[in-house]
Design a protein around this ligand. Sequence first.
Ligand code: AMP
Length: 398
Amino acid sequence: MNKKKVISDFPKSFYKGKKVFVRVDFNVPINLENDSIREDYRIRRALPTIDFLIDAGAKVILGSHLGRPKGKIVKDLSLNIVAKRLSELIDKKVVFVEDFIGSELSKKLDDLSDGSVIMLENLRFHKEETENDSGFSSELAKLGDVYVNEAFGTSHRAHCSTYGMTKDFVDKISGFLVDKELSFVSKMMRTPEHPFLVIIGGSKIKDKISALGNLLESADKILVGGGAAYTFLKANGVNIGDSIYEEEMIDWVKDVFNKYKEKIILPIDHIVSKDFNKSSQCSISDISIPSGHMALDIGPKTIELFNSIIKGPGYIFWNGPMGVFEFEQYSSGTIHVARAVALATWRGATSVVGGGETIAAIRKAEVLESEISHMSTGGGALLEYLGGSSLPGIEILD
Ligand code: AMP
């Protein structure tokens, strides 16, 4: 893919007085009990782009989705709370607009002063958004003179705000975050520094096979933990007790294992339990898991083994937790891996961590954002891109 234009490729004067529609990904987790934002990382990550445009004198129109309202107005999924948080972060008024379709908004925007910031209500309150409806696309397009994509995590979707509306724009540019995502991922796909280490976890392999297929070729070592490891172990004839695995992936895994045996490192012990809950009794099991037990984290010997490999320098890509890290007693493997990746980064490795769960795990391990080279905001989009799919929201950019 050719390099995409980024907002700083144009002089600031280009934006002065223009209405710039920025598709952001403010799909943040909300605490419904006290109506607060649990984690504002995705908002903070868009600030360099928003600040740049304000400073350039643009009128910044922000569009995003939040959750899955499925075309209906869902009060708990209003972006009003996000507009307020953004206003605090940029120390500036953010005009929140609920009704932006078929209204006079476009003309009203012309009257706003340069540097104003407008946040639209949840785009997915309109069912047309995800249907890539041409009428809805045109309505959105009327709101801006320039289009900016700052929502890498939604770029694999051909929705109105990521795809359909862009045909009405001459200038379709990437924001700083999308540009950073693309440069890290392209580098990883084309010329990663070696040793190139891939760490895969999480519950499912199925969503990750295209990405894994591509990475296996260039990686020097692949560490497999989390639920994903048990399909590998079962395919190797190891007793996995009641641990999760994907029957339909067994043949694929056998194939991959035959081809890349020397590269793939699997857990050699586990933390197991008879029950899946946050206060369940647990114990350490060696590689073969007793029947009636499920593995919910990697064991201490595996942590030691993985730690000895995650050293740096080189390139490290990590996607998916090593266990059910949401429960305290099964979080040790993930926390150790997070800390090892941070240490490897200090030793000169380039580290890319992707997927919402993995970023939550980084927080739990008290690893700082600055200790990871790049924390990708794209889960599904990242995996699709790594798997070689073209992302509609990226393809349309200049
Ligand atoms: P994914 O979306 O595929 O990256 O999966 C993330 C989820 O995998 C997390 O919520 C973990 O709780 C879960 N997970 C990780 N390891 C295991 C395991 N051994 N058994 C069951 N679930 C797991």
